[in-house]
Write a protein that binds this ligand. Structure first.
Ligand SMILES: [Zn+2]
Length: 464
């Protein structure tokens, strides 16, 4: 029985989708005004594995990730760059898709964009106004938080009563209560704007997620995901807008991913520990990062450091060579029943842990145990090709959602000429002719041959 920790109830609950066998799942996506950071990468990988595990469990999952391409940050950055928000949004959404592909995050079924959902958003705000849950001011339309009695049920944050009637000026916007939040912003000069019943303007941030959920998944959905810091006010406001209109429960299970720190500190540009996804990909094999994320519980806070990544890299290399050895087994003969028992135990254990709120750290232990036991049997008795295939097939199945393992290993060979060059370079190094040695290294690097000078001599490998 699959169980999911629900932020709404703070309990682990049996998972029952609204419609049998079908899951409507929504993840708050990126604001496309610049490259994402590694905290985003962690969130999208964590929920990607969960989505694909649910598919492995034979659920039909409809997965929606929104693209925020209208936003204060978009306007500010576009102005700084002297381009339109449309150009900016195009550039960074394309980059986002490219990065997700590299990180093996499966495409969503729909990526709705604010610029393409304005009609849906306006329709929803109109309903909120009709229900007197929203009101118009000189500069926009606001949600009246006091009118929604369930406000705070997700985050536990209570609103202060008795503040109505006092007009409050906060930053730029005038509203009747500090807690009220903006649904529609009336246009200022030189801002991108759309026609609406309240004049030209653009939507506030929170309303898009309610409108896009309604449009692409329906008024009630099964799973809503996002990073922990979105639970208040963003998700609280989504609940208020959505349930305010329908009177029905909006989301059955709320799932939040934990914070990611870098070197034990919150990521910030001033601390110099802010890492964007493109920066990450320059220094880290995307497969290693995905492996690192897959070893964490999605709700756990994470510390990212070079040391952690090194550790992941080492473990993944070990797994790679384990799988490679299996592909090389040629021994004929029948299956060993003991191997099948090992696989069956690993599968059961792995699924049991995944069914317990997607407990990946515990689930991985079963894969490592299978690796250990298989190695032991191979050393003691030798496995047959059939045994090896059985183990490999199990790893392939698990890989349908982990998407980390490799199963094809190119044979790495160098030509005689290349081997000679490596030998020559070694001799030059002994003679301390560093420049000449380095020229050979550069020459080989151009051909994708990388050298590593170890105590036992120079090792080479070919770039994939
Ligand atoms: Zn959202």
């Amino acid at each position: 029985m699959l169980k999911v920790k629900n932020t709404l109830t703070a309990k682990k609950e049996p998972f029952k989708p609204i419609e049998k066998g079908k899951i409507r799942m929504y993840v708050c996506g990126p604001t496309v005004y610049g490259p994402g950071h590694i905290g985003h990468a962690r969130t999208y990988i964590a929920f990607d594995i969960i989505r694909r595990y649910l598919e492995y469990r034979k659920f039909r999952v409809k997965y929606v990730v929104n693209i925020t391409d209208v936003h204060d940050d978009m306007i500010k950055t576009a102005n700084e760059l002297g381009i339109s928000i449309f150009e900016l949004g195009k550039k960074y959404s394309e980059e986002f898709f490219k990065e997700m592909k590299i990180l093996k995050v499966k495409q969503a079924d729909v990526y709705p964009r604010v610029t393409e959902e304005i009609d849906e958003i306006i329709k929803l705000i109109e309903k909120l106004v009709q229900k007197k849950l929203a009101y118009e001011t000189d500069d926009g339309v606001y949600f009246k938080v006091e009118k929604f009695s369930d406000y705070g049920k997700l985050s536990g944050i209570k609103i202060e009563k008795g503040k109505t009637g006092t007009r409050i000026q906060t930053d730029k916007y005038e509203k009747n209560n500090v807690q009220d939040f903006v649904l529609w912003k009336k246009a200022k000069p030189n801002e991108p704007a759309w026609d609406s019943p309240w004049g030209k303007g653009r939507p506030g941030w929170h309303i898009e997620c309610s409108a896009m959920n309604f449009h692409h998944l329906g008024e009630q959905i099964d799973i809503h995901c996002g990073a922990e810091d979105l639970s208040f006010p963003h998700h609280e406001n989504e609940i208020a807008q959505s349930e305010g209109v329908t009177g029905k429960q909006f989301v059955k299970y709320w799932m939040h991913s934990g914070f990611l720190n870098v070197n034990e500190k919150k990521m910030s540009k001033s601390l110099g520990n802010f890492i964007t996804i493109p920066e990450l990909l320059k220094t880290t094999d995307p497969r290693v990062f995905r492996f690192f994320v897959s070893g964490l519980h999605y709700r756990s806070p994470v510390n990212f450091s070079a040391k952690q990544i090194k550790k992941s890299e080492k473990t993944l290399k070990k797994l790679d060579s384990f799988l490679k050895r299996l592909t090389e087994i040629k021994k004929t003969g029948s299956e060993n029943k003991k191997v099948n028992v090992l696989i069956e135990n690993a599968k059961k254990g792995f699924e049991k842990e995944m069914d317990d709120d997607f407990n990946l750290p515990n689930a991985w232990a079963y894969l490592f145990e299978l690796e250990r036991e298989t190695n032991k049997m191979e050393q003691e008795k030798g496995l047959t090709k059939k045994d090896a295939l059985n183990v490999l097939n199990f790893f392939k199945k698990i890989n349908s959602f982990l998407d980390i393992f490799q199963f094809e290993f190119k044979e790495q060979k160098l030509s005689q000429e290349e081997m000679k060059l490596i030998k020559k370079r070694e001799n030059l190094r002994k003679e301390k002719k560093w420049d000449e040695a380095d020229n050979i290294r550069k020459l080989l690097a151009k051909k994708g041959i990388l050298l590593d000078d170890t105590q036992k001599g120079t090792k080479w490998r070919k770039e994939a």
